[in-house]
Design a protein around this ligand. Structure first.
Ligand SMILES: Cc1cc2nc3c(=O)[nH]c(=O)nc-3n(C[C@H](O)[C@H](O)[C@H](O)COP(=O)(O)OP(=O)(O)OC[C@H]3O[C@@H](n4cnc5c(N)ncnc54)[C@H](O)[C@@H]3O)c2cc1C
Length: 384
């Protein structure tokens, strides 16, 4: 019998497992044959301050030291490389960008305003001038993360500590045993543990329902990415991650190609998300609106789910009505960039050790992440 069962082999489950495996015997159970098959493998894998709310920025800030100076022996290759981000404003979206700039400036003093000449110098295809980008905020501290290296390195740590990861086992039944929890897979295999960590991503509320635990209102939202080739001879490698302040477009260079999103947030059920034709066409349209790039062909496309609770802050903590049932869900569009902080929080809450040092000062204490906040009506829906 393990001490902890973790349902879900995405970034949330694996990073938490790596931390807990230092103290106890952990079993991660993943439904798919491959780790990170769902949201964690479909991300654009970036860390930046332009997304989320104050708590998310605090979690992001705390996590940065892990990415900037990765722990010795964690991974042979760099987990992160610097890529600047720019946020474009047209006249009508300037107020939104001013508000975003103020939020970002609370966490980094490196952000600054730039004008059309500097925008074009950073990314020559961005349309500037009347009706187009008039100003931008440049954040030079953006980091492009290596999601696969992260997932595999956390998994390696789990196994090296003597804990285990089971793949291809979809949990179909969960019951309280009195001393803990028993889970049973579709294939009939069963496992028990004192503590059950629900890190099932978009399926978080479904897992709770299987366990007879009340849902916390997790809403999966689909996001679409298309991949296009730049015109022949164009080297995109030094381009920044370009966002619109209006929240309807982003693009970033990746391995010689360009990833583009219409920044869609379409409510969906937990599923193997597929891109819809409308969102694919919208991504291509937005690329042509914001840049001078033509889109003669879409090389590749995918979609993934980003799952949010009402206040869009990731959730970690024991359920107050179900002893030993621990929530680790709601990572939204920032599950990779906040994973080091969230894993440290899980370690503190499950082992009873101290709250991660410095996280309070960044505005994140237990009250920000507890599932209780979603049950007593104190979490407000916010659009960020
Ligand atoms: C297009 C896109 C772009 C993104 N860009 C970024 C970004 O730039 N930066 C960033 O930080 N984040 C980004 N994100 C968000 C990030 O990908 C997520 O926040 C993160 O991957 C969530 O991790 P997770 O482990 O909670 O979920 P998942 O990776 O989905 O893992 C949950 C796992 O639980 C498993 N599971 C479910 N049900 C069961 C069951 N019954 N039995 C066993 N296992 C089960 C699933 O198979 C799944 O593997 C992006 C997401 C998308 C879709």
């Amino acid at each position: 019998m393990s001490d902890v069962l973790i349902l879900g082999g995405g970034i949330a489950g694996l990073s938490a497992a790596a931390h807990l495996a230092r103290h106890m015997r952990v079993t991660v159970i993943e439904a798919e044959d491959a780790l990170g098959y769902h949201s964690s493998g479909r991300s654009v894998s970036f860390s930046h301050y332009g997304i989320g709310n104050a708590a998310v920025r605090g979690l992001t800030a705390w996590s940065r030291s892990f990415y900037e100076a990765q722990p010795a022996g964690f991974c042979d290759t760099p987990l992160a490389r610097p890529v600047p981000t720019i946020y474009l404003a047209r006249e009508e979206t300037l107020p939104a960008l001013e508000a975003l700039h103020a939020e970002m400036a609370r966490f980094t003093d490196a952000v600054r305003w730039i004008g059309p000449a500097e925008i074009e110098a950073l990314c020559p295809v961005v349309r500037t001038g009347a009706g187009q980008a008039v100003k931008a905020v440049l954040d030079p501290t953006g980091l492009k993360l290596d999601a696969d290296a992260l997932l595999q390195s956390f998994a390696r740590q789990v196994r090296a500590a003597g804990s285990e990861i089971l793949t291809g086992q979809r949990i179909a039944a969960i019951e309280a045993t009195g001393e803990g929890w028993r889970v049973r897979s579709e294939g009939g295999e069963s496992r028990t543990a004192r503590i059950l960590v629900n890190a099932a991503g978009a399926w978080g509320d479904r897992m709770a329902a299987l366990a007879g635990v009340a849902p916390i209102g997790l809403q999966p939202k689909r996001r679409t990415i298309i991949v296009v080739d730049p015109p022949a001879g164009t080297d995109v490698s030094a381009w920044p991650f370009v966002h619109s302040a209006g929240g309807d477009f982003y693009m970033l260079p990746e391995a010689g190609q360009i990833l583009v999103s219409p920044v869609d947030e379409v409510e969906d059920d937990p599923c193997d998300a597929r891109p819809e034709d409308y969102d694919v066409a919208l991504a291509a349209h937005q690329l042509e609106q914001y840049t001078t790039l033509p889109v003669p062909r879409i090389a590749h496309r995918w979609a993934g789910l980003r799952s949010f609770v009402a206040d869009r802050v990731p959730t970690a903590g024991f359920d107050r009505e179900a002893p030993g049932f621990f929530w680790l869900v709601g990572q939204g569009g920032y599950g990779l960039q906040t994973a080091p902080a969230m894993a440290a929080i899980v370690e503190a809450l499950i082992t009873g050790s101290a709250w991660p040092e410095g996280l309070d000062a960044l505005g994140v204490g237990p009250a920000q992440v507890t599932p209780d906040r979603l049950r007593n009506g104190s979490a407000h829906s916010v659009a960020t």
